[in-house]
Design a protein around this ligand. Structure first.
Ligand code: NI
Ligand code: MN
Length: 232
């Protein structure tokens, strides 16, 4: 499996069975994106919420690649009306797509559809647990503040192996909160996201890694540059 960071909260996961999953594909307006939208191929796109820096190029990508869009109910109603193939879901529910399982989980954030001119209500923001064919579980938290369910629902029920967590502060957790979140979730690996895209969310990911290590040396923080991959 390969997890490629496309900057901000955008990731491409390629599974051992060569299924390509894009999460929050904010590419064309993303100053640190390492690829062009036209270069991306995907079978499925997961959207955590309707803010532009997450919804990003979802419609253009789905249009060109024929990918299915997974999003919350409100987004899927809107996108279906626009002719897109969607799988609408809601917090706590799971779907199967080929041999992977996707569960939508809570995030502590806001959500409207600010990617359309007449900003629409966008339902709840969310995170996802993605269980791959080999049983490995990846948690993409979306934008979120720290919340207690990370150490109960996320940790006890879903037990993710890899957690993708925001550390940028201001709009999400900062490094202090995200280090405690890592401890609560207790994955093997944490990959920080949602930082250094813009000056207002500037952070030093190595300082974050040190914080996590101080709390729990068994958790490995993998710091990627946009375009870099974590492979296992
Ligand atoms: Ni947001
Ligand atoms: Mn955001």
């Amino acid at each position: 499996m390969i997890i490629k960071w496309l900057g901000h909260s955008a990731f491409q996961i390629t599974t051992d069975e060569f299924l390509r999953i894009l999460i929050d594909p904010f590419i064309s307006n993303n100053p640190v994106a390492p690829v062009k939208v036209e270069e991306l191929r995907t079978e499925i796109i997961l959207v955590t919420h309707g803010h532009k820096d997450h919804f990003g190029d979802t419609m253009e990508l789905a249009d060109r690649t024929g990918a299915v869009i997974v999003a919350n109910h409100e987004h899927s109603v809107y996108l279906s009306q626009q002719g897109f193939e969607c799988i609408g879901m809601n917090i706590g529910g799971s779907i199967k797509f080929q041999d992977i399982k996707i569960t939508m989980v809570t995030s502590n954030h806001s959500s409207d559809m600010d990617f359309i001119e007449e900003i629409g209500a966008g339902g709840s923001s969310s995170g996802y647990i993605i269980e791959l064919e080999n049983g490995r579980k990846i948690y993409h938290s979306g934008d979120t503040g720290i919340f207690g369910d990370m150490k109960t629902v996320i940790r006890n029920i879903y037990q993710p192996d890899i957690a993708l967590l925001p550390i940028g502060d201001r709009f999400t957790m900062g490094p202090m909160e995200a280090s405690i979140a890592a401890q609560w979730i207790n994955p093997q690996i944490v990959i920080p996201m949602h930082y250094n895209t813009f000056p207002i969310i500037e952070q030093n990911p190595l300082e974050y890694a040190e914080r996590v290590e101080r709390l729990n040396p068994d958790i490995q923080v993998v710091v990627l540059e946009p375009g870099e991959e974590y492979e296992e």
